[in-house]
Design a protein around this ligand. Structure first.
Ligand code: BGC
Length: 432
């Protein structure tokens, strides 16, 4: 049922891997299987590296930590989180730690191209045994496993699936201007933003720093190119100078003209809070935002509403967090305890309830999840899947970094032709 839509993602990922000769299985796959781990855990410190350091993201991590302590009392959870949405600060610290031979016992990495960076650099170990013990392809969608697999080895355990193309809106603010509940496309959405402006709403659309802008831009690309045209961009044949990309850049420029002024490093909670406190009408944010509304005691349908970015209805802009076993981890037994926990039905339920995401496992019932996650689960089953640029599914970290530089430059210059030129150059340098 899920196999078909994920093909687009797997396709992009497979192409990313083409020619990846250093991705051969590493020699030291631990012979100890997760099944034979001592009851209560391997013992010792288990250092877990994420960027879930604050606010609603911390609440998600804490749900896992609590369960981990219950299930593995011999182990000591060590929280190595580094603040900054989308790993904006964490990834540099992680790269330095890996480079210096000081890996954590497990770290967060996005399924798809980003994870493949670590595989290519020979920095992580296969975890086939853990995945098999968790139920393998009978509980994880095969095409999600494909995004974690190189040459027959699976390199991480997925904890969740997030959707990136969601508009979060403040219904009170929309009412002031008679703006529609769900505009049909980007042009209709821009018309609503003008109505909001005319009604005195200073910030129709809230944005944060560079990665939130890149995420907004990817959703506009999906709206203007469709899933197939968008996915094609990540292949060697991708045409970043096409009329479709130019149209998306023009739309994106207009959207920014209705947005607040942000600095490069502004994080996502501020942008989502602007909708929560009625300063802005809309924020495009991944569905980790729903946990922020919950944290602030806001009620679904009353204090906030949500809909796919106009023009992307029927598309699920996909990303998945997954956890790794780094090469030379100090406590590989403890790492496997952590991986077993996050991949278990209980772990996935506890974490995803708190995080706003949906379980990567297919056997966690939707009944106990709130309304938003129920809609996300249904969409994930029926929608076409597009891989996220800003969150590691579609492009390598190097390509992401070049696109981020281009988007940040554009935020200051608003020079559309230069953005297109920079996107073309980034693809030329990084596409494989
Ligand atoms: C991660 C999410 C996280 C978001 C904001 C994404 O890259 O996958 O888990 O909530 O960044 O930090």
């Amino acid at each position: 049922m899920r196999a078909q839509p994920l093909v687009a993602v797997a396709f992009a990922a497979a192409l990313t891997l083409a020619g990846c000769s250093s991705a051969a299985p590493t020699a030291s796959q631990s012979p100890s299987s997760a099944a034979s781990a001592p009851a209560g855990g391997a013992g010792g410190d288990v250092g877990v590296f994420t960027w879930w350091a604050d606010g609603s993201e911390k609440v998600g991590l804490e749900a896992l930590e609590k369960l981990f302590k219950e299930k593995y009392p011999n182990d000591t959870f060590v929280n190595l989180a580094v603040a900054g949405g989308a790993g904006s600060n964490a990834k540099a610290k992680l790269a330095a730690d890996l480079q210096n031979g000081n890996p954590p016992d497990s770290f967060q990495g996005h399924a798809g191209a980003e994870l493949q960076d670590y595989i290519r650099a020979d920095q992580i170990e296969p975890v086939n045994d853990v995945i098999t013990t968790l139920g393998g392809a009978s509980v994880f969608p095969q095409n999600l496993l494909d995004l974690l697999t190189v040459q027959g080895n699976i390199y991480s355990v997925p904890s969740n699936i997030h959707r990136a193309n969601v508009v979060w809106a403040n219904p009170e603010v929309l009412k002031k201007a008679g703006a529609s509940a769900e505009p049909a496309d980007i042009d209709a959405w821009l018309a609503d933003m003008q109505k909001l402006k005319d009604a005195g709403v200073a910030t129709p659309l809230s944005v944060g720093g560079t990665w939130t802008q890149l995420q907004l831009f990817e959703t506009v690309l999906i709206a203007d190119l469709g899933v197939d045209g968008y996915t094609q961009l990540f292949t060697a044949q991708g045409d970043w100078g096409s009329d479709g990309v130019k149209k998306a850049v023009a739309h994106y420029a207009k959207l920014l003209s209705y947005a607040n002024t942000a600095s490069d490093g502004d994080d996502w909670p501020g942008a989502t809070d602007a909708v929560i406190n009625g300063k802005a009408a809309y924020n495009v944010m991944g569905d980790w935002a729903v946990a922020q509304f919950t944290l602030k005691n806001k009620k679904d349908g009353v204090d906030y509403t949500y809909f796919p970015v106009p023009g992307t209805k029927g598309v699920f802009d996909f990303l998945a967090d997954s956890f790794t076993l780094p090469k030379n981890a100090k406590n590989p037994g403890g790492s496997k305890d952590w991986l077993s926990l996050i991949g278990s039905p209980e772990g996935q339920k506890a974490f995803n309830l708190a995080k706003g995401s949906i379980p990567a496992r297919t056997d966690v019932p939707s009944d106990d999840f709130p309304a938003y996650q129920k809609t996300a689960m249904a969409s994930f089953k029926s929608d076409k899947i597009a891989p996220s640029i800003a969150h590691g599914a579609a492009v390598s970290q190097a390509w992401n970094s070049d696109m981020s530089t281009a988007i940040s430059k554009f935020y200051r210059s608003k020079d559309q032709a230069t953005l297109v030129t920079d996107l073309v150059a980034a693809a030329k340098k990084n596409a494989v």
